[in-house]
Design a binder for this molecule. Sequence first.
Ligand SMILES: [Zn+2]
Length: 177
Amino acid sequence: MATINTSGSGRPNKNEHYSDGSVIQYNVFPNAIESEKARLRKITDAYDIINKLDQKIDLQGPCNNYFRTLPKGKTFRHFWRDNSIFINYSPSTAHGFYGAMHSNFKDISITAWCLDNTNVWMIAATIVHEFAHIAGALGYPSHAAEKSADMCGFKQQYNPNILGSIKRLGNYLEQIA
Ligand SMILES: [Zn+2]
């Protein structure tokens, strides 16, 4: 399975710089104070939801079939069961910034804002959205990544107004358009 980046993972913090001066961090989830423990509980709950989803859905069902239509041509299961893909922590508290994918196609980040202000279903939908980028879904103005939330069982979280993301230097900043 994909891996939540915790202190035992051995995956160092990293970041990517953008031409506008912004930086996105892909960090180990901190677990010292209560607010950090609460975030780790929420990402773990969202992770468990997706594990159950992966076990429940059919390999020929809409979620895996939708991922097959993305540029890499592989199922959701193919990526979700890849333990070299890491779910990291971004300390960003920027309102409406949910997550991002690193240009290495191996790391995604979920932000402190997303973890603090949305429920576990929305966090799970955001993870699936980022996995669609790993599967090759393009960013703004494409709607391909957000459509994965609809196709993979997150109809209530699916936002038809999210046109994916804003693309910068080959990376994807997730924002509501
Ligand atoms: Zn996106």
